[in-house]
Design a binder for this molecule. Structure first.
Ligand code: S3P
Length: 433
């Protein structure tokens, strides 16, 4: 299952300039792929994520009886199983994808049959108790291996629950909602901090009814889903690397077309504005209830200021924190990140790896259990970067490398393909040297 590791040399840039249209959002593609494969009929998606993670979701759903056809670049047709899957006679491989494993567990728990979910070495280290607990409360037969994958599920009818998530997690919320979709009665998920709401919007687009309150979402089952046609918005978490790259070079400007601007995902734009960047939304429309727009960023002439990210902000920005920390030494006042303990259980321990790699580049940082403090006004030098096979670490440090003195070597650069296979080509396109 091991792909060959790849090294990439990133040379410093003078400027970042151009316009980009990015492949489809990873979170939305997972949901459209999974729901289309579960629904009745044939769905058609354009600008579907090109990342390996979403391919893992499609492969699992194919093993469960759905038909997936790649029509052209980013165009995927999915014929669903009409609400009842065929158990596979082999484990379902979720690859590196926590979203696939946690969400599919909720989809499968109410289905007849036995299922085993496995993943790669990184996914096999990640916490799964957070999905076992609510599914077991619903009556599912679900077992883990010391809190981790492999996850085995003895599926069957469940009972509706009212569940409060102990850590903010859209994956856990989705897991419970997908089980609730197929369960008699009303299942409610309550969360202290609002997480991304793509599942709620996608379930509605596929014909389900949900009710939302300030801090909860409820679904009454069982309900059937129908197929849809949809264009997936560009991935704002992929755009994050380019937004941060542009922000580093006074006068740089980048334009993004058809970018997903769901308010539960677009907090980075507020943070970059607070750091002094000029962000303009040039066009805004709604597609299947998801906001999509064109966004332009212009970097401030005086350089980036400073900011602190904590509390609800940390949860909303969880995927963007590595790149924000990686550009922090180049700000004037630094960036402090707290309340982000979840970073330690992502594809890697992202706090430890960000600290290690920033130090390798000569930066001074203070690491906390739940965050990192990176002072501003620092000069970094090129270094050898350990991606830890984590896509967001590989890309975050490719961005930091653009402002370093000398070349940077990214080890494990192939990890970028987990979410964004086009990353290095696009970086070459917009980084002026
Ligand atoms: C995701 C939710 C987040 C995020 C991940 C994708 C999703 O994870 O970090 O990259 O698609 O629902 P958690 O739900 O575990 O916070």
């Amino acid at each position: 299952m091991h792909t060959k590791t790849e090294e990439r040399v990133i040379r410093p840039a003078r400027n970042v300039y151009g316009s980009l249209r990015l492949p489809g959002d990873k979170s939305i593609s997972h949901r459209y792929g999974m729901l289309g494969a579960f629904a009745e009929g044939t769905s058609r998606f354009t600008n579907f994520s090109t990342g390996a993670d979403c391919a893992s979701t499609l492969a699992c759903m194919t093993a469960l009886g759905a038909t997936v056809s790649k029509i052209a670049d980013g165009v995927v047709e999915v014929t669903g199983v009409g609400g009842s899957v065929t158990p596979a006679d082999h484990p379902l491989d979720c690859g590196n994808s926590g979203s696939t494993m946690r969400m599919i567990a909720g989809l499968l728990a109410p289905q007849a049959g036995s299922f085993t979910l496995v993943g790669d070495a990184s996914l096999s280290r990640r916490p799964m108790e957070r999905i076992r607990k609510p599914l077991a409360e619903m009556g599912a037969g679900i077992t883990l291996t010391e809190g981790h994958a492999p996850v085995t599920i003895e599926g069957g009818p469940l009972r509706a629950i009212d569940y409060t998530t102990p850590v903010p997690s859209a994956q856990v919320k989705t897991c419970v909602l997908l089980a609730g979709l197929q369960t008699a009665g009303t299942t409610t998920v309550r969360e202290a901090l609002r997480t991304r709401d793509h599942s709620e919007l996608a379930l509605r687009a596929f014909g389900a009814t949900l009710t939302r309150d300030l801090d909860s979402v409820s679904i009454s089952g069982p309900q059937a889903l129908h197929s849809i046609e949809a264009q997936v918005p560009g991935d704002i978490s992929s755009a994050a690397f380019f937004l941060c790259a542009a922000a580093l070079f006074p006068g740089s400007t980048l334009l993004f077309d058809s970018l997903g601007l769901n308010p539960t995902r677009a907090t980075l734009l507020d943070v970059l504005t607070a750091l002094g960047a000029r962000i303009s939304v040039l066009h805004l429309e709604e597609k299947n209830a998801e906001l999509v727009g064109a966004v332009q960023i212009t970097a401030p002439a005086e350089g980036l200021g400073s900011t602190e990210i904590s509390g609800a902000l940390a949860a909303q920005l969880i995927d963007e924190l590595p790149v924000l920390a990686a550009i922090a030494p180049y700000t004037r006042g630094g960036i402090r990140i707290r309340d982000a303990k979840e970073l330690r259980v992502k594809e890697s321990d992202r706090i430890a790896l960000v600290a290690k790699n920033l130090r390798a580049m000569g930066a001074e940082v203070t690491e906390f259990e739940d965050g990192i403090d990176v002072p501003g006004g620092q000069t970094l030098h090129g270094a050898t970067i350990d991606s830890g096979s984590d896509h967001r670490i590989a890309m975050a440090f490719s961005v930091a490398a653009l402002r370093a003195q000398g070349d940077t070597l990214i080890q494990g650069a192939e990890a970028a393909a987990i979410s964004f296979p086009e990353f290095f080509d696009l970086l070459d396109l917009v980084a002026e040297r």
